[in-house]
Design a protein around this ligand. Structure first.
Ligand code: NAG
Ligand code: NAG
Length: 260
């Protein structure tokens, strides 16, 4: 497809400006495991664009940029994001956020439906990447508590990193079977002494939907524009014409500062 070619072209890659200015002191302290992220992306295959929405300082951003830039269009934006502008290719985007940044909780709340549609997410707490990190159980519990009130669904593709030892991480996916269900943590892969190991039982997220553990699905949608039906896979009319009863959270985030 022409659009995919455009994405891979050098011109487009160069067009991504990293916003290195005006960033306050970072919270990752140089410890963000960029190689683990690259291992995850290579295992997933699809995402072409990686956008880090964080409060990290220049050093941390540059480290991640160096690791990812060769293969992925890598952008950095602030964790205080004011608007999300619809982009037809956003389903190719992988978003990285850090719960150690002050704006992240609000950002995740505003993302609403985008937590289970369109984007893949990596949610980390960069405070866990230090030498003296909490136990694995405590890290998982932190994510459970911090993310309990978010709308995660079976279709969510949200990853978390759990630091095990100095150079070992487990990469997990989190989701819920339905809104009030407890949060599930599923092992996706491991980073063991410098290499990514795929630990998935099932390759496709949608397999989860076959086993909803007895929950009855209730869904309805209102299509207000006939053209929507021509665009069920490219998401073009997804937001403007599909009426979910909740508010429109995507208005509060803006990824497009990436392309300016
Ligand atoms: C990482 O995990 C492997 C396998 O469990 C283990 O053999 C190795 O010692 C661990 N490395 C570190 C640095 O803890
Ligand atoms: C969406 O549907 C709800 C419930 O039917 C309705 O109250 C609301 O006005 C609709 N919103 C839009 C933007 O059409």
């Amino acid at each position: 497809m022409a659009i995919e070619k455009l994405f891979l072209s050098r011109t487009f890659l160069v067009g991504c400006v990293i916003l290195l200015t005006q960033s306050p002191a970072g919270s990752a302290e140089g410890a963000f495991p960029g190689l683990v992220l690259r291992g995850l992306l290579e295992t997933l295959g699809h995402p072409l664009k990686v956008t880090v929405m964080s409060c990290w300082g220049e050093t941390d951003r540059l480290e991640v940029f160096k690791v990812l830039n060769e293969r992925y269009l890598t952008c950095f934006v602030d964790d205080h994001i004011s608007r999300f502008v619809e982009d037809i290719n956003d389903h190719q985007t992988f978003l990285v956020v850090d719960l150690a940044c002050p704006g992240t909780k609000q950002l995740l709340k505003s993302a609403g439906l985008l937590l289970f549609m369109k984007y893949r997410w990596l949610i980390v707490n960069s405070k866990f990447f230090v030498e003296d990190h909490p136990s694995e159980e405590d890290q998982v519990q932190f994510f459970e508590q911090s993310l309990a009130d978010l709308s995660l669904l079976v279709s969510s593709e949200i990853f978390i990193f759990i630091k095990q030892t100095a150079n070992n991480f487990s990469v997990n996916q989190i989701f819920k079977h339905f809104e009030l269900a407890p949060f599930k943590v599923e092992l996706f892969g491991s980073w063991i002494d410098g290499g990514f190991k795929d630990k998935r039982n099932e390759r496709v997220t949608s397999v989860r939907r076959l086993d909803l553990q007895g929950h009855t699905l209730q869904a309805s949608m209102v299509v207000t524009n006939q053209e929507t039906l021509q665009h069920l896979t490219d998401y073009k009319y997804w937001y403007s014409n599909w009426n979910f009863s909740s508010a429109s959270p995507w208005e509060s985030l803006n990824l497009h500062s990436c392309h300016t």
